[in-house]
Design a binder for this molecule. Structure first.
Ligand code: ZN
Length: 294
């Protein structure tokens, strides 16, 4: 499942190819995604220019502006769900069964498009076999966007300067749930999926079952730092795949860390050689070292 690092790498991969381009045509082949794709998305998007691509949690936010200044700008919210990919294709092969949406992008203006000669027309293709992904249109302004129903419950971004040990400490007071479960819920900080929760807690040397409210300020400092480091490393790892982003088979942007504990049950801890333990928390597997993590 694409997690925050994969979504961020997708965003970075799209930026040089998509930003500044005009949308010539949109084809929706399947509207039954997690939420229905609105019936007139094709006409709403046509002839707009993608001005920028932002990310909030695991949502990609494409700002699409009209050439008509009377027409308000809008945002295309894209979520990759469990199995979604967004690919840039210079020559789009005939769509497969799971290619639900294509956006034909006009040839890039001067300065748009990359050195690989992808300045010509492109297709931005959304594929999602399990259809838990979403493609939604909204005309909320940039100021209003954080209040969108799908965005307003999200926790702070892990790379936001305001996310630190003090933030984590303040927002975990009175919480008796295990810190792993609290991290995974995303209401305090977004982007800490199942792999990254186990890995961050290992780096911070914190037992995943520790009640969140019991973490000292010092341990919260370590954990905030570990969350940022773990995610940054995953993004960096994924960034090395960006070269192949155009026309790839969709595998780009999916990558894994060399994990310390995740999916290593029974194998020796990379630090102390104690066998890594696996438990279940909130129906999700957790991995930790019983010696390194207290
Ligand atoms: Zn260990």
């Amino acid at each position: 499942m694409p997690e925050l690092p994969e979504v961020e790498v997708t965003r970075r991969g799209l930026l040089p190819h998509v930003v500044g381009r005009r949308i010539e045509a949109v084809t929706v082949r399947h509207r039954g995604l997690r939420w229905p794709v609105e019936p007139d998305l094709e006409t709403r998007l046509a002839q707009r220019v993608v001005r920028r691509i932002e990310r909030r949690g695991k949502y990609l936010l494409l700002e699409c502006v009209s050439e008509d200044p009377a027409e308000p700008a809008g945002w295309l919210l894209v979520h990759l769900g469990m199995t979604g990919t967004l690919r840039v294709l210079p020559q789009a092969p005939p769509p497969g069964a799971h290619d639900h949406l294509d956006m034909v992008l006009a040839a890039g203006a001067e300065g748009v498009g990359d050195a690989a000669g992808a300045g010509g027309p492109l297709v931005l293709r959304f594929r999602d076999p399990r259809r838990f992904g979403a493609v939604l249109w909204t005309t909320l302004t940039e100021e209003e966007l954080p209040s969108h129903p799908l965005l307003r419950t999200l926790g702070i971004e892990p790379f936001d300067a305001a996310f630190d040990g003090a933030w984590l400490h303040r927002h975990t007071r009175g919480r008796s749930a295990a810190i792993k479960t609290v991290l995974l819920a995303g209401g305090i900080v977004v982007g800490v999926g199942n792999i990254y929760a186990s890995e961050s807690l290992f780096r911070a040397r914190i037992r995943p079952t520790t009640p969140a409210g019991r973490l000292s300020r010092e341990r919260c400092d370590r954990l905030a730092q570990a969350v940022r480091e773990t995610l940054a490393q995953a993004i960096e790892r994924g960034g090395s795949t960006l070269r192949d982003f155009v026309g790839s088979d969709g595998a780009s942007g999916y990558f894994q860390l060399d994990c310390f504990v995740y999916d290593r049950a029974g194998q020796p801890c990379r630090i102390c050689a104690t066998p890594v333990r696996q438990i279940v928390q909130g129906q999700r597997s957790t991995f930790y070292c019983p010696n390194c993590q207290h």
